[in-house]
Design a binder for this molecule. Structure first.
Ligand code: DAH
Length: 341
């Protein structure tokens, strides 16, 4: 029995000393000193001993127990310390490491141009109107003097949302003319920017979705002179003082008379170059005096009131301003492109 206790002392000491975790230590404590442990197993043989041997063995066993307990405690302390040390090291912060750069986005270049135009019109007392992209054909066409059967209403050009072609994705921001007449008090001065949709294939100058800016003024005694003066003023602010403009007669169903406005090419000064396709002039918008029928359709008496309106493409303006030659770049949203502005 003495031999057994000695063996236990030796092996237990060795194994406890080489334990590498607190869990392992606890398992060892149970294995050696637990109720069903190895020491208990040895002590069960006490009964076989003589009366003199028994107290000696008891003393030996107690010494063994307390020495193993002490060893377990020391080892526990050592492992706890090491664990804490490791944690501290893992969680330490190196304040000299450079921080991660937070990438903050910025406004899309086309919206920079839009905001600039909004500012100009707000400065002249115009209200900005909310969007209406899904629209009744009535507002996109009929009330704008573009009746059933008009070529602009072809299914091949327009995204209709219903079989009876009564609802569509608007093809122009001019729908807002009627909406403004219905919703606003007279006199009306509105700017209505937003998306429009046409069945066009995507290429460098076309997209099935693009942006227009509609503007309209209705008041008593409004004339073509007001239209020209206001748009000239706007163009000076967008393209710079001294920009030369011209108005050409044109046809739109919802204006009478109608015109298109050109600016003299800012690249070549009117001589003709690739930017203006050799023309010397660049068309920037369509405009005209609001047709009396359209005023009537909006519930306004054309004998008392008159108005002018214009519509311009926003992408083309942005392409020109930033010297971009492909419309697709505006919509692809490749940050390598957008970051340049
Ligand atoms: N809606 C026309 C288009 O998409 C542009 C336009 C022309 C708007 C004349 C107007 C206008 O308000 O008066 O081509």
């Amino acid at each position: 029995m003495k031999e057994q206790l000695k063996n236990l002392q030796e092996t237990a000491t060795k194994i406890i000393c080489s334990a590498s975790s607190i869990d392992e230590l606890e398992a060892l404590r149970i294995q050696y000193l637990g109720k069903k442990g190895e020491l208990t197993a040895i002590l069960k043989q006490m009964g076989k001993l003589s009366a003199e041997e028994r107290p000696q063995m008891g003393q030996l066993a107690n010494q063994l127990r307390s020495s193993l307990e002490k060893l377990l405690e020391e080892k526990n302390e050592e492992l706890s310390k090491a664990l804490l040390e490791m944690k501290l090291q893992e969680e330490s912060v190196d304040v000299t490491i450079p921080g991660k750069k937070v990438a903050i986005g910025h406004k899309h270049p086309m919206y920079n141009v839009l905001d600039q135009i909004k500012d100009i019109f707000i400065g002249m007392g115009f209200d900005i109107l909310d969007d209406q992209e899904i629209e009744f054909s009535d507002y996109n066409f009929t009330k704008l003097n573009t009746p059933d059967g008009h070529p602009a209403r072809e299914w091949s050009d327009t995204f209709y949302l219903t079989e009876d072609s009564s609802i569509l994705l608007r093809t122009q921001t001019s729908n807002m003319q009627i909406r403004a007449m219905e919703e606003k008090e007279l006199p009306i001065r509105i700017l209505a920017p937003g998306r429009v949709y046409r069945k066009d294939e995507v290429d460098a100058t076309h997209s099935p979705m693009f942006h227009q800016i509609e503007g309209m003024v209705i008041d008593k005694g409004v004339t073509m002179g007001d239209l020209k003066a206001t748009l000239n003023l706007v163009v000076q602010q967008i393209y710079g003082e001294g920009t030369v403009t011209r108005f050409r007669p044109h046809h739109f169903p919802f204006t009478e008379p109608s015109c298109e406005m050109d600016i003299q090419c800012h690249k070549c000064g009117g001589k003709g170059c690739p930017t203006c396709k050799g023309e010397g002039w660049i068309e920037i918008l369509g405009a005209g005096m609001v047709h009396p029928e359209v005023l009537k359709n909006g519930g306004i008496d054309p004998d008392v009131y008159s108005g002018w309106a214009f519509g311009m493409g926003l992408e083309r303006l942005a392409l020109g301003e930033y010297k971009i030659n492909d419309l697709r770049l505006i919509f692809e949203n490749d940050v390598r492109f957008l970051e340049q502005f």
